[in-house]
Design a protein around this ligand. Structure first.
Ligand code: PSV
Ligand code: MN
Ligand code: MN
Length: 388
C-alpha cells in the first residue's frame, strides 16, 4: 500500500488537465443563456480565469481555444498573455456548426464550394496553431441528415474522406488532427461521424498524425466507454478526451458528477494501459457551466478528474492480475472496488500541500476575493460562443 501510495503521488504530480476557454464565458441551453456577473468578456479574460484554476489546483496549465469564438487580431499576443499567466494554449477547436452554408453539411456537403470553405477554415486554425504553438487541431463534425434518403450515406463518407485528407495535408510535423465523434445532434437520422469506429477508420486512412477524441457525453446511454478507451489505446489512436458528464444526452455537466464510478473505470483503463503520462492522451474538459459559477465549476471538475485518477492509481495491479488469472470473479472485482472505495482526499491534499498549494482549491478560490473583484470590474460579459 505504501508503494502504491508513493507511486500514485508521483504520477499525480505529473498529471495535467486542459481547460476549455468556453467554460469561462456565459452559456446556456437553447432555451436560455443566464448571464453571470464578472464573466470573461474576451479570450484574454478567459485565460485570466483559467489561470485561477491552475493557480489553485496546480494541474491545469493549458487552455483549448474555439475558433471563431476566440478569434483575435494577434494570436502571438494571446499566446504571450497565456505565458505571462503561466499557461499554454492547447487544442484549437474548429467550428463547422454555426454557418448558414453548412445547413446540408460542411466537409460532406454535396457542393464542392462549401467543402472548400470548411477546409479553408481549418487552414485558418492551423495558422492559429503556428502562431500559438498549439499542436492539436480538434475537429468535431456536426454533419448529418434528418431523413432517410435525404442524401447518399456512402457518398457523404467519400466526400468526408477527401476533405479530411486535405485538412491532414495542412498539418506541420508534430501537429495532430484529433477527430471527435458523436452519435446524434444537430441532425437526428444519420450522423457522418457517429462513433469511435468511423472516427478510427478515417484516422487510420489519414495516417499517424490523426487520432480519435473521445467526448464522454457522445455515446448512447449504457455504452461501455471504458471498453472504447481500451480499444483505442490498443490501436494507438486515443488522442484526447473531452471530459464531461451526462444524465440524458450531451449534457456537458461537470465531469464525474453524474457517474463518478464511470470516470473511475475510464481512468482505470488509462492507468492499466500505461496511458496516464507520456502516451499522447490529452485530458481535456469540454463543459459549460450554465447555472453554477464558472471558475469554481472548473476547479471542481479538475478535482473530480484527480480523484478518479488517484483511485485508479491505487488499484493493486498485482492482486488484480492474480485474481483474474485464478478466475476469481469476485476477488478481482473486489480489488477494483477497494480502490474505488478509498477516500483519496487526504492523498490529494498531501499532493497540493507539497506544492505549496491549499489542500482545498475550491475553498482557497472562494477566499481569494477574485470572484468579487471580477464581478466589480467586468461589465458586459459575453456568451461562450453562440454570440461570437
Ligand atoms: C460537440 O457537441 C462538442 O462536444 C464539440 O467538442 C464542440 O467543439 C463542443 O461540443 C463545443 O462545446
Ligand atoms: Mn466535445
Ligand atoms: Mn459535445
Amino acid at each position: 500500500m505504501t508503494d502504491l501510495r508513493a507511486g500514485a503521488l508521483e504520477a499525480l504530480a505529473q498529471q495535467t488537465i486542459e481547460l476549455p476557454s468556453w467554460a469561462f464565458g456565459n452559456s446556456g441551453t437553447r432555451f436560455k443563456v443566464f448571464g453571470q456577473p464578472g464573466v470573461a468578456r474576451d479570450p484574454f479574460e478567459k485565460l485570466e480565469d483559467a489561470a485561477q484554476v491552475h493557480a489553485h489546483t496546480g494541474v491545469a496549465p493549458r487552455v483549448s481555444l474555439h475558433i471563431p469564438w476566440d478569434r483575435v487580431e494577434d494570436y502571438g499576443t494571446l499566446a504571450k498573455h497565456a505565458a505571462d499567466l503561466g499557461l499554454r494554449l492547447g487544442a484549437i477547436n474548429s467550428n463547422l456548426f454555426q454557418d448558414d452554408d453548412y445547413r446540408l453539411g460542411s466537409l460532406t456537403h454535396p457542393d464542392a464550394a462549401v467543402r472548400r470553405k470548411a477546409i479553408a477554415h481549418h487552414a485558418e486554425c492551423v495558422d492559429v496553431m503556428r502562431a500559438t504553438g498549439s499542436t492539436d487541431l480538434k475537429l468535431w463534425l456536426p454533419d448529418g441528415t434528418n431523413y432517410a434518403g435525404q442524401d447518399d450515406l456512402r457518398a457523404r463518407q467519400d466526400r468526408l474522406a477527401e476533405s479530411l485528407q486535405e485538412i491532414y495535408a495542412l498539418l506541420d510535423p508534430g501537429m495532430r488532427l484529433l477527430v471527435e465523434y458523436k452519435f446524434f445532434e444537430p441532425y437526428f437520422y444519420a450522423t457522418d461521424i457517429p462513433d469511435w469506429g468511423t472516427s478510427l477508420l478515417h484516422c487510420l486512412a489519414l495516417g499517424e498524425q490523426a487520432q480519435v477524441v473521445l467526448d464522454t457525453g457522445h455515446h448512447a446511454p449504457g455504452t461501455n466507454i471504458e471498453f472504447i478507451v481500451m480499444q483505442l489505446l490498443r490501436a494507438g489512436r486515443l488522442g484526447a478526451f473531452d471530459f464531461n458528464s451526462r444524465n440524458y444526452a450531451d449534457d456537458d455537466l461537470i465531469v464525474g458528477s453524474a457517474d463518478p464510478f464511470q470516470l473511475f473505470r475510464i481512468m482505470n483503463e488509462i492507468v492499466q494501459n500505461g496511458a496516464l503520462l507520456d502516451a499522447g492522451v490529452n485530458f481535456m474538459l469540454d463543459q459549460c457551466h450554465n447555472i453554477e459559477p464558472k471558475i469554481p465549476g472548473q476547479i471542481r471538475s479538475v478535482m473530480n478528474v484527480q480523484e478518479a485518477t488517484a483511485k485508479a492509481l491505487l488499484v493493486d495491479r498485482d492482486a488484480l492480475r492474480e485474481a483474474q488469472t485464478a478466475g476469481d470473479v469476485l476477488g478481482a472485482n473486489a480489488v477494483l472496488m477497494d480502490a474505488y472505495g478509498t477516500d483519496v482526499r487526504p492523498l490529494l491534499a498531501e499532493l497540493r500541500e507539497g506544492r505549496g498549494l491549499d489542500a482545498d482549491p475550491y475553498a482557497a478560490y472562494a477566499r481569494s476575493g477574485y470572484q468579487e473583484r471580477i464581478a466589480r470590474e467586468r461589465v458586459g460579459g459575453r456568451q461562450a460562443g453562440w454570440g461570437a
